[in-house]
Design a binder for this molecule. Structure first.
Ligand code: BGC
Length: 757
């Protein structure tokens, strides 16, 4: 298809029209030119294809589909292959349902436990979110349907989501809020990107040329089209100019007419419009030319895949006295409404109309289970009778398993949580059950961390997150040891909300949300603060044990243009088969900028039989050592020693090695009379040039020889102190403290010389 030629045959009105949706879910057709309409659909963890009346909040019914675990859960798998397989399954269902693009993955950073959409997001860590979303995109797009990575960018709160400005400094954007998108774009070229509702530093994402063109296309090389989040457009003409190609859903033609007018008046170059049309048509035809509506959508098989995926996402947080796995012959009490009606997905646009759900109670059929409802999510309360029934069931059982977590209204798209607590009735129930039976296990269904006031009273906790429609099967498999839990927390669980670094300013004031904690998000903050947490990033137990040994680096020293290989041996030292998640962190030992203690730069999931050992290899390039330098507006490595750590979590590092990394980039330097000696002396050239001056100044500050000094005077200022004071003295001090015009001229000459190079 010669798309450029096709565009040359389109009228201005047709071109402008193509840049917005025909309805809620379709791009426009131009029949006279053979341009077909294409359909998009939410996503991301299954299809929410609306046949009839559309809406963007999951209110009206959609087709029956398969609900896979939400991103909060799949992130805990730390498993790229798994995400890829899930993507392939979603891709197949898109082909079957004639969908050109699935709206996801959603990769916004979990900045605070309060964000209402945390359940849809992967992690507090951009590396993890980037790699897992790239794997999902790879899977979907291998089926010749597109993805729409969202919400670009810095959309980490629901509060005032359509008007609020995320005010984030340059380094924080580059290091925390953009890299997940960057990784996905550079590695997998998602067919489309969805811009977010919010503003970034005052400018709506939907009309932000820096974001949509400079960064996304010029720097990262994005080739697809950008669509707006549903209703995210404020100034449509500015949007086209900034790089927003498709407005969704549509503005009833109003914005199309504005585009036409802007072209006619010369405000908008027609070539810019043509470019947007070309990007949209590229994808429209890419899909239609590869459409395979006869692709089989085997929902039964996908239900089983959803169960398998959910099993690999569950995080075992506590397992005292190895109370888990349970034994099939034992009497077990399943307590709590979620055992019968699990919460396995969140509310809003990602809400899927499941063709089937399997609860833990159904999945455990045939085992010796007694069930007590314990609480009602409808009324968010527990009656005395419900608690008494639960306690009685717990007393009779060998082990009591309480299914708890957050009911739907507690977390959803559209609004944030106001606290991190679980429902009071559920906390009460857990306490009562734990009192009745010392072997109490809690299974949690939630999309984001919760406080656990009862943690010391229960023996085990299994974090199931929002595990999709087959979560019950997975839960029973993990509880009874058919699946060995291998999930790891993709986020820190703080002890309480106020420990979270964004706590003081999350949500913002009015429409200004300042991201004041900067790069110190999640474990980057807790580790630097040496703060106690409930469960750290990367943490999770297994029914077996793993040992890491023999960390080998390919070099002791590299330049920032070279790569480093780190190899480690991982061994299953327990008696069950299981999956280890080997995590690699990098830390800069000494740095002139504030940096986290460690940052995740590699992870691999490895399956091992008892006694089996395998080598795991990581490759680290410049980015693994770099920070974003705001002077050169680029990634920069400071020459020096870095630690490479291998751990079970960010708080359980078992191996460490060091590598020296040499920067090949010299940062530009410019000195003035206000430059201070400390900075000048750190530069060998400046140090030599300034030596004579420094000696003179030192005489002014250094204490007089001992015999001339009174005791009081020598106590007042030591040699060390005077030198330290000199550190912060600006160059102009040479003049302030006894200099003359000659000295000033001399300093100026030195400055000119230094600044020339
Ligand atoms: C959400 C998007 C979603 C879109 C379409 C919006 O409200 O923010 O994530 O894809 O609706 O349903």
């Amino acid at each position: 298809m010669d798309i450029k030629k096709l565009i040359s045959r389109m009228t201005l009105e047709e071109k402008a029209g193509l840049c917005s949706g025909a309805d809620f879910w379709h791009t426009k057709a131009v029949e006279r030119l053979g341009i077909p309409a294409t359909m998009v659909s939410d996503g991301p963890h299954g299809l929410r294809k609306q046949d009839e009346e559309g809406d963007h909040l999951g209110i009206n019914d959609s087709i029956k589909a398969v609900c896979f675990p939400a991103a909060s859960a799949t992130a805990a798998s730390f498993d790229k292959n798994l995400l890829c397989r899930m993507g392939e399954a979603v891709g197949d269902s898109c082909q079957h349902e004639k969908l050109s693009v699935v709206l996801g993955p959603a990769v916004n950073i979990k900045r605070s436990p309060l964000c209402g959409r945390n359940f849809e997001y992967f992690s507090e860590d951009p590396y993890l979110a980037g790699k897992l979303s790239a794997a999902f995109i790879h899977g979907v797009q291998s089926r010749n349907v597109g993805t729409s990575i969202k919400h670009f960018a810095a959309n980490s709160q629901e509060h005032r989501r359509m008007s609020s400005s995320a005010d984030v400094d340059e380094r924080t954007l580059r290091e925390i809020y953009l890299p997940a998108f960057e990784t996905a774009v550079k590695e997998e070229q998602p067919w489309t990107v969805m811009c977010s509702y919010n503003r970034i530093n005052g400018v709506y994402a939907s009309e932000n040329p820096w974001l949509l063109t400079e960064v996304l296309r010029d720097e990262w090389g994005f080739e697809g089209y950008v669509m707006s989040d549903w209703g995210a457009v404020s100034n449509r003409v500015a949007g086209v100019a900034a790089g927003l190609d498709l407005e969704m859903p549509s503005s009833g033609g109003i914005n199309d007419r504005k585009i036409v007018k802007a072209v006619q008046s010369g405000e908008l170059d027609e070539k810019v419009l043509d470019r947007a049309v070309e990007r949209i048509l590229n994808i429209v035809f890419r899909y239609t030319e590869n459409a395979k509506p006869d692709t089989l959508w085997d929902k039964e098989a996908q239900h089983l895949l959803a169960a398998e995926i959910a099993g690999d996402c569950m995080v075992l947080l506590k397992n005292e006295d190895s109370v888990l796995p349970l034994h099939k012959e034992d009497e077990i009490a399943f307590i709590g409404e979620f055992a019968e009606k699990p919460r396995f997905q969140g509310g809003g646009s990602s809400h899927i109309n499941c063709f089937r759900t399997t609860s833990a109670l159904e999945a455990a059929e045939g085992l010796h289970i007694t069930y007590a409802q314990g609480y009602s999510t409808k009324t968010d309360s527990a009656t005395e009778e419900q608690i008494a029934e639960a306690v009685a069931a717990a007393k009779k059982a060998k082990v009591a398993v309480v299914f708890a977590g957050l009911p739907d209204v507690y977390e959803s798209e559209g609004y944030d949580r106001s606290h991190m607590r679980m429902p009071e009735c559920q906390n009460r129930l857990i306490e009562a059950v734990a009192e009745a039976n010392p072997n109490t296990v809690v299974v949690l269904h939630n999309g984001s961390p919760v406080e656990m006031p009862w943690i010391g009273k229960v023996k085990a906790v299994l974090e199931a997150y929002l595990g999709g429609q087959a979560v019950g099967i997975a839960t029973v498999r993990v509880l009874f040891g058919e699946v060995n839990p291998s999930g790891r927390l993709p986020e820190t669980f703080p002890k309480k909300l106020s420990d979270n670094p964004s706590y003081l300013f999350y949500g913002g004031e009015g429409d200004t949300a300042e991201y004041r904690e900067g790069i110190f998000v999640g474990y980057r903050y807790y580790d630097r603060k040496e703060a106690e947490v409930l469960f750290p990033f990367g943490y999770g137990l297994s029914y077996t044990s793993f040992e890491y040994s023999n960390l080998r680096l390919s070099a002791e020293s590299i330049t920032d243009q070279e790569t480093l290989t780190a190899a480690v041996t991982v061994k299953n030292t327990g008696s069950r088969a299981g999956k280890a998640v080997v995590q690699l962190y990098v830390g800069d030992e000494e740095s002139t900028v504030f940096r986290p203690v460690r940052e995740l730069k590699g992870f691999e999931k490895v399956e091992l039989q008892p006694g089996e050992a395998k080598d795991v290899c990581f490759t680290l390039d410049k980015r693994a050592f770099a920070y974003w330098n705001t002077q050169i507006h680029d990634w920069h490595v400071e020459t020096g020693s870095f630690t490479v750590e291998i751990g079970h979590s960010s708080r359980d590092i078992t191996l460490q090695a060091k590598v020296n990394v040499q920067s090949t980039v010299e940062l530009p330097r410019h000195y003035t009379m206000d430059s201070i000696f400390m900075d000048l002396m750190a530069d060998p050239r400046a140090k030599t040039a300034l030596k004579p001056l420094l000696d003179g100044l030192r005489a002014v500050f250094a204490p007089a020889p001992a015999e001339e000094t009174t005791e009081a005077a020598s106590e007042a200022i030591s040699d060390e102190m005077s030198l330290a004071m000199l550190n912060y003295m600006p160059l102009r001090g040479v003049i302030s403290f006894g200099g003359d015009e000659k000295a000033e001229m001399m300093v100026q000459q030195i400055l000119d010389e230094l600044n020339k190079a």
